[in-house]
Design a protein around this ligand. Structure first.
Ligand code: FES
Length: 98
C-alpha cells in the first residue's frame, strides 16, 4: 500500500506540491525549488523561519529546543523552523527568514 500523501502550499511562490506523509520540509523545498533558505539545518540559526498559514496541526511537534529558540526570537505561535519538522498532512507555508 502506498504512503498517504500531503499537499504543501508555498504562499510566496503560489506553488503547491504533493509529498509522501512524513517528508521533511527541507526535502520538500529542495525537490520543489521553493524559496526558503536553510543555514545550519540544526535549529540554531533561524534562517529557515516560516509562518504556518494553515495546517499547523499537520506538522510534527516542535522539540523543546525548537520552542526555546523560537521564543528567544520573539516568534509568534504560528511560526516554526523549516529545518525542524516533517509534513504530516496538508499545510500552507510562508517564508519569513531570519
Ligand atoms: S536552517 Fe538554521 S535554524 Fe533551520
Amino acid at each position: 500500500m502506498s504512503k498517504p500523501r500531503s499537499k504543501v502550499f508555498f504562499v510566496l511562490e503560489d506553488l503547491e506540491v504533493e509529498v509522501p506523509h512524513g517528508t521533511k520540509l527541507s526535502e520538500v523545498v529542495e525537490a520543489s525549488g521553493a524559496d526558503i533558505t536553510f543555514g545550519c539545518k540544526s535549529g540554531t540559526c533561524g534562517t529557515c523561519r516560516v509562518r504556518v498559514v494553515d495546517g499547523n496541526r499537520n506538522l510534527s511537534a516542535p522539540t523543546p529546543e525548537e520552542r526555546d529558540f523560537l521564543s528567544s526570537l520573539g516568534a509568534a505561535d504560528d511560526e516554526r523552523l523549516g529545518c525542524q519538522f516533517c509534513v504530516l498532512g496538508d499545510v500552507s507555508i510562508d517564508y519569513i527568514g531570519s
